[in-house]
Design a protein around this ligand. Structure first.
Ligand SMILES: [Zn+2]
Length: 150
């Protein structure tokens, strides 16, 4: 999915800021086929890959996705896990062994970091990055079934 970059705040900025306090920080926000980049920060290719995962999964209704994302920590974790995995795989595919190792540190630190409200411990973040695709897919499908039961 190709996302268009818009230099503005996303819809729901008030709600997003109330939860994550990102109003005055260089943070970008995926909204379907748009990336909102209010501070015009540089977006490296690996982050474009990350946002594209969000953009695709936010279809057909990014607003519904965002409401769930703000309210539900396990939904947020799985969505970020999917995006961070794609970002990590992209970085690994384009780097040496040393670069892959530093990519793992950097991506897993972000996944368990303060931006998302410290969702998991570092070890869990590493585990989810290292998990084979079929295993991660199974976790994602199980979560979707659970949501369907509500
Ligand atoms: Zn993300």
């Amino acid at each position: 999915m190709t996302q268009k970059i818009v230099h503005d705040f996303p819809p729901l900025m008030k709600e997003i800021n109330a939860k994550f306090n990102t109003l005055n920080r260089s943070v970008i926000y995926s909204w379907g086929n748009i990336i909102y980049n209010p501070t015009r920060m540089y977006i490296p290719p690996s982050l474009m890959v990350h946002e594209a995962v969000h953009g695709r999964r936010q279809q057909p209704n990014p607003g519904v996705w965002w409401v769930l994302y703000l309210a539900n920590k396990s939904f947020r974790f799985l969505e970020e896990a999917a995006a961070h995995r794609a970002e990590y795989q992209y970085l690994c595919g384009n780097g040496s062994r040393l670069q892959r190792r530093s990519a793992r540190v950097c991506v897993s630190k972000r996944l368990c970091g303060g931006l998302y409200g410290h969702m998991v411990k570092r070890r869990q973040a590493n585990n989810i990055l290292d998990m084979p695709e079929h295993e991660f897919d199974r976790i994602m499908s199980a979560a979707v079934e659970e949501k369907g039961d509500e």
